[in-house]
Every structure is written in C-alpha cells, then in structure tokens.
Write a protein that binds this ligand. Structure first.
Ligand SMILES: NC(=O)c1ccc[n+]([C@@H]2O[C@H](COP(=O)([O-])OP(=O)(O)OC[C@H]3O[C@@H](n4cnc5c(N)ncnc54)[C@H](OP(=O)(O)O)[C@@H]3O)[C@@H](O)[C@H]2O)c1
Length: 188
C-alpha cells in the first residue's frame, strides 16, 4: 500500500471482529476460531502501528504481533512487554503511533482493542473495519454501538465459513458521515 501523501492525514482505524450480539471477547480471549479473519487482520494491519490495551496484548500469547509496531497501553508503570512499546496513557500511545506511522510512511494507526480501548477511541476514529461474525456467543467484552447517524457503511462483502472457521462473516467498513459529507462538498 502507498504511504501518506504530503499533507494527508494519518487515519485512526478501529479494527474488530464483532459477533451479531456485539460480543468481542470472553475471559481475555476471542470466543471463536476464525482463521480467515486472522489472515485478513494480518493483511489489513501489516506495516502499521497497532495500539492495544494490556489485556488484549496479553492475549497475543505474550508475543508482539510481527511486522507491526505494537504499542500497549497500561497504567501499570511496572508493566513491560518485550518487543513492544508501553504507553501510560492513550494520548501517549496515539502520539507514539503517529510518529511510527510517519517513519513507516503508513497511512493509518490501527486500534486493535479490546473493549476498553475501543470505547475510548470510537469518538476520534476515522474508520471502522468490522468483521461481523455470525454467532451469538456469551462474553464479557463488547464493541460499542455503531450509531448509524454518525457512521455510514461504505463497504460490505459476505464470506462463507472456510475449513478453519467456526462461522460465516460479513466484512464491513464504516466511515464518518461528517467526513464523507465534507468530501462531497469538495472540502468546503
Ligand atoms: N474480537 C476482537 O476483534 C477483539 C480485539 C481485541 C480484543 N478482544 C478481546 O477483548 C477482551 C479484552 O478487552 P478489555 O476491555 O478487557 O481490555 P483491553 O481494552 O484490551 O485492555 C484494558 C487495559 O488497558 C489499559 N488501559 C485502558 N485504557 C487506558 C488508558 N486510557 N490509559 C492507560 N492504560 C489504559 C489498562 O491496563 P492496566 O490494567 O495495565 O492499567 C486496562 O486494564 C479480550 O477478551 C480480547 O480477546 C477482541
């Protein structure tokens, strides 16, 4: 993918797999196995800085995701994550991610959860890339509601369950209505 054009913004993109009932996690892990989505996630995020909460980071079998600068948010000053940057606040994490994106000529900062981090970044996100997983699992972590007054669906594709997938899923992209309206007005 090409890097950001001079003067163009680095987008904040929330990437999440969300069940039909809004659940994204259970007991610190994903409540499903969906290999196709893991591969999609890898392609979507490769070469970009990713921002995650401590709980989500620990769910990555304690290793950073390769090929991406992993920035972990934790208020615990003693928390150390080998091979990842640790930030004491979300603002510090996003600032570090922006610097990394500029160095890598990446066009986006990826916010990869979990529920706590999504809830705090929804208001500043430019784009949501959602895998709608067609299951209704029990869980203790949920994605925030996607308000149709604020977000417009701009891409959708349907995917059948592959051999290593527990469910079929729909890949969705949402963009802010306000930003789309500004573009339609020619930026005026
Ligand atoms: N389906 C998906 O796409 C997806 C994606 C990601 C995660 N998940 C799931 O979501 C669940 C985890 O979500 P979660 O809400 O429990 O945890 P989380 O958002 O991953 O992490 C929460 C932790 O992040 C730190 N934190 C949060 N806000 C902060 C801030 N403003 N400043 C500094 N540190 C901050 C705190 O760490 P300290 O306690 O260390 O201070 C907090 O306990 C897991 O089940 C995971 O598998 C699902």
């Amino acid at each position: 993918m090409s890097g950001p054009r001079a003067g163009s913004r680095i987008e904040i993109v929330l990437v999440a797999a969300v069940a039909d009932n809004g659940v994204i996690g259970r007991g610190g892990a994903l409540p499903w196995r969906l290999k196709s989505d893991m591969l999609r996630l890898r392609a979507l995020t490769w070469g970009k800085p990713i921002v995650v909460g401590r709980t989500t980071y620990l769910s990555f079998t304690k290793q950073p995701l390769p090929g991406r600068t992993n920035i972990v948010v934790s208020r615990n000053q003693n928390f150390a994550a080998s091979g990842a940057l640790v930030a004491a606040s979300l603002a510090a994490a996003l600032e570090a991610a922006r610097g990394d994106a500029l160095r890598r000529a990446a066009d986006a900062i990826i916010v990869l959860g979990g529920a706590d981090i999504y809830a705090q970044t929804m208001a500043i996100a430019d784009r949501l890339v959602i895998t709608r997983v067609h299951l209704e699992p029990d869980g203790d972590a949920k994605f925030p509601a996607i308000d149709p007054e604020i977000w417009r669906e701009t891409q959708r594709s349907e995917h059948r369950a592959g051999p290593d997938d527990e469910a079929s899923f729909t890949a969705l992209t949402y963009e802010r209505r306000a930003a789309l309206d500004r573009q339609a007005d020619g930026g005026h």
